[in-house]
Design a protein around this ligand. Sequence first.
Ligand SMILES: [Zn+2]
Length: 378
Amino acid sequence: MKKPKNLFFDIPNGWMFFSLLACLAFIAFYNLQNKHTDTTTRKMQFYSVSDFQRVPKIDGHFHYNSSDVRFLKFADSLNFRIISPNVDAGTSIDKQLEITTVIKQQFPGKFAFFGTFTVDNFGNSGFGKETVDRIELCMKAGASGIKIWKNIGMSLQENSGKFVMVDYQKFDTVFNYLEKHQIPLLAHLGEPKNCWLPVDQMTTPNDKRYYRDHPQYHMFLHPESPSYEDQINARNQLLQKHPGLEFIGAHLASEEWSVEELSRSFDRYPQLKADLSARISHLEYQSSKDREKVRDFLIKYQDRIIYGTDMSVNEKSTNYASVCEGMKRTWLDHWTYLATDSTMVFKDMPDTKLKGLQLPKEAVDKIFCKNAERYFKN
Ligand SMILES: [Zn+2]
């Protein structure tokens, strides 16, 4: 009797082997294709560490108080442009204005600056007029905006000893002028919330160190001074009074301790922006507890956040190589944290491993560059 044909077993051995091989090859090829597509999609959506140098970036808060332009050239070699805010502290504001004006004239596309005014003459009856004159001088010299500093609210006092807050009526002339002339205001008001807490309750080791070493600035020890809430309230009053004033809150608008708090402020005040300078460690601290929360925050407000470091160069920056090395290390660290998902050692908490936020390219481009580009247009 003829055996019924079993198609499978009827195939000669050589053919069976060949079919099996073809099957395996197909599966392997299919997987490889998929992997390739995955990598390509990731490359399209996210940057890597190796993209750092290539991608255009702006450090929106870098104090350039040196006429040595080599640091700017070094920044340029890493595709960084620089915005230098003048500040009512340290080097005289005239000297700062002079340095930044000259650099801007030499490198208009690579360098921008914010001018400032002093509050030393706050008690004078001519304060408003003198300050407006100063602002006009800064703008004529090429400033992109005006910066105010924490001496308003933290140290400036009336004769009576009362602290002068930023929402004082006497400032109205100044802020009305800025609002009317569409001049952006970069405002460092208040301090990190840690400044009002006892050292053992502070969240980041760098703040613990700083306030332990500088008790005169540790507001927890000075209950006669305005509170953290007083600082934020005064700022909010100012925002309320001047809805048309472009307001960049330096140092995460001093709401560095909570992305929820800063979200609420962004929602309440459409004219509010914030720079990241000197406060990325606070984002890192929060993301070490809840990475997605911080990531979602940066994605949601990607149009209103400006990258910056608060690094500085001045006449004492004589060791060119080591200054440049420090600049590059800081910038690359921040890039790795914000743009990639690399695991990093948290500089201030060596026991805490930190995974980069890997923001989408679109958000990285805005935060690292596009949001600050308008300050190069005047
Ligand atoms: Zn600064």
